[in-house]
Design a protein around this ligand. Structure first.
Ligand SMILES: [Zn+2]
Length: 251
């Protein structure tokens, strides 16, 4: 089946020669693909802006024999324009794309990952009050999907609920008895905020804003944990960390 039809979300693109581009797309049925889109950078191109990052497209793809496929048709299902036009939304969206690019396997179907990204972008489209919290909730869900769910409510090693230290290498929260070298103390409020956004629907993740100090500590834990398990420094996380926080909601 050299030609297939699918839908996907453009994760990134880069130039290839004078007029062509290579686009990385997370598809619903075929996992991540890397495909040549010919004539993209010419004006009046058939594809024009259709294959910009964040765009949800319906595609006709010619399966290549090597690593590269070829996009032969693309129709926009949603441009997610809102996400691209606001810095905080863009920053949150870029963190989602980078994390997806990191975990998605080429030509390996992962419908849950595709649906997670689609719902993440839809939530950002609605301009949530706290886009960074949506991205952080997304990151926790992506880690869980990928087999790296952090322990947040009890010790990762023995299940003791009195877990007041945190170690990325040991899998999250750990208790005094299990903590190895490198585990550091963590405030219970930071763990419980992370547990809350991990459980929440993406659309509700922005609605539980703790004091800034708690949020910053939770962020440091989450970002360190993500980079440890995704085995890569993430370009977008320092930007996400600088997103202004909304005022804490005092219950
Ligand atoms: Zn323990």
């Amino acid at each position: 089946m050299p030609l297939f039809k699918d839908q996907g979300i453009v994760v990134r693109q880069h130039k290839l020669g004078e007029a062509d581009k290579i686009v990385t797309i997370l598809t619903q049925g075929s996992g991540k693909i890397r495909a040549v889109a010919k004539g993209l950078r010419r004006t009046k191109s058939r594809f024009g802006a259709r294959l910009e990052p964040f765009t949800h497209v319906s595609l006709l793809v010619h399966r290549g024999r090597g690593a590269l496929d070829t996009v032969t048709q693309a129709e926009i299902l949603s441009a997610h324009r809102t996400v691209r036009e606001d810095l905080a939304l863009l920053t949150a969206g870029e963190a989602m794309l980078e994390a997806v690019d990191r975990v998605a396997e080429e030509h390996e179907r992962n419908v849950r990952l595709f649906l997670l990204l689609l719902s993440g972008l839809r939530v950002l489209d609605a301009s949530p009050a706290d886009p960074a919290a949506v991205a952080e909730s997304f990151l926790l869900k992506l880690l869980s999907l990928s087999g790296f769910h952090p322990a947040l409510t009890a010790c990762a090693v023995c299940g003791n609920p009195a877990a007041a230290l945190f170690s990325s290498g040991q899998g999250g929260a750990v208790c005094d008895g299990c903590a190895e070298h490198g585990a550091g103390p963590v405030a219970p409020e930071a763990l419980s905020w992370l547990a809350g956004v991990a459980r929440a629907d993406l659309a509700d993740a922005g609605g539980m804003t703790p004091p800034d100090a708690v949020r910053r500590e939770a962020r440091a834990m989450l970002y360190g944990f993500a980079e440890y398990h995704l085995e890569r420094r993430m370009r977008t996380l320092p930007m996400l960390a600088r997103t202004p926080l909304p005022a804490a909601v005092v219950p």
